[in-house]
Design a protein around this ligand. Structure first.
Ligand code: MG
Length: 360
């Protein structure tokens, strides 16, 4: 199958494309880059517009007063179509739980309840489904959430790809916490909780049959415990958080720069990248800043709280390789600039389409 034949040539395009340029959906619409953003901005948002949706956070933050007391919840949904269903370090079942748990956690919520919808293809071995369901259960237990309702649908052979899973989740927003992609401010320090690119390269290595001395494992993990520790320590000083999934660190930083109307500067030599991930990226011509993560969080923290936040991250098993990677500036709003190892600066744009389809 040559997917390249279906893809337009993006090489000469530099500005956002009007939706009308694409009469049909292309794989790039699912890649977490500009094409996906175009769908959101020109199709979904105009159709559904409301204050909660407009924030375009990882989860919607909703006022839900209870017993006369103000209270806020976060609500999120995500669909999982990763191929293959099992990979080093995780499976579609673990991703389906951790992805939604993380979207709630980075919104400042304590994740509580999840739904799980399974779309199954006729002919799927029951043993495979059982293994996936066991992974969902195990991941939910580790994350401390319950699967409280669900759905099963079956499509004819050839009309699915084994299993697709949708999860939705709700959580209660912690008191005194207001984080959002629009709240980064000049002076904020940018932290990342660990190495980047592990998930995407684990998936791609399996697909491409690449073998390395130590196999690349997905970082798939629930981040609610790690994030809770940071919020306990310096909660009010945390301005924005996001899990850099599809589109990787670069897309996340660009999105926050855009939403907040600020510039973001990072130091390339400060980026934690495992050696085997770096080599795999070089072999395949990929840049780790664009490669998906499934167990990392990026935090924008007020400068006076940055050292403490970093220490708290590093004290948690999922944050041992946490690093300070950059800061927010008032100049070059909505742009991500990296200082290279050579000391020069380069602009890191949002990707147009997908680098790696069906990564989650
Ligand atoms: Mg997210």
């Amino acid at each position: 199958m040559n997917q390249d034949q279906d893809k337009p040539d993006f090489s000469n395009w530099s500005c956002p494309l009007p939706l009308a340029d694409y009469p049909n959906i292309v794989m790039g619409h699912g890649g977490g880059g500009k094409l996906g953003n175009e769908l959101v901005e020109h199709l979904f948002l105009p159709a559904f517009r409301n204050a909660a949706l407009e924030n375009l956070g990882d989860a919607a933050v909703l006022d839900l007063p209870f017993n006369g007391k103000p209270s806020r919840i976060a609500m999120s949904t995500d669909s999982f179509v990763v191929r293959p269903m099992f990979f080093p370090g995780g499976s579609i079942g673990e991703l389906a739980v951790n992805g939604t748990v993380n979207d709630l956690a980075v919104s400042g919520a304590v994740p509580k309840y999840l739904t799980a919808g399974f779309i199954l293809e006729e002919g799927l071995p029951l043993a495979q489904l059982a293994a996936i369901v066991a992974d969902v259960a195990k991941a939910a237990q580790i994350a401390g959430v319950q699967i409280v309702t669900g759905d099963t649908k079956v499509v004819e052979r050839g009309h699915g790809d084994g299993v697709y899973i949708n999860t939705a989740g709700v959580g209660v927003i912690r008191e005194g916490i207001t984080v959002g992609p629009h709240r980064a401010q000049p002076g904020d320090v940018v932290l990342v909780s660990g190495s980047i690119g592990d998930h995407g390269m684990a998936i791609l290595s399996v697909r491409e049959g690449l073998e390395f001395e130590s196999p690349i494992r997905s970082d798939c993990a629930a981040l609610n415990g790690l994030i809770a520790n940071v919020l306990d320590a310096v909660g009010p000083q945390v301005h924005a958080m996001r899990d850099p999934t599809r589109g990787g660190l670069a897309s996340t930083l660009n999105e926050i720069a855009s939403s907040s109307g600020v510039g973001v500067e990072i130091d390339e030599i400060a980026l934690p990248v495992h050696a085997e991930v770096q080599s795999a990226c070089e072999i395949l011509g990929l840049d780790p800043v664009y490669v998906a993560n499934e167990g990392k969080v990026v935090l924008f923290v007020a400068p006076e709280a940055a050292e403490q936040a970093l220490a708290v991250l590093r004290a948690h098993p999922l944050g041992r390789e946490a690093a300070r990677i950059g800061h927010v500036v008032g100049e070059h709003p909505r742009m991500l600039i990296a200082r290279t190892a050579m000391g020069s600066n380069r602009v890191i744009p949002t990707q147009i389409g997908e680098q790696l389809p069906r990564i989650c």
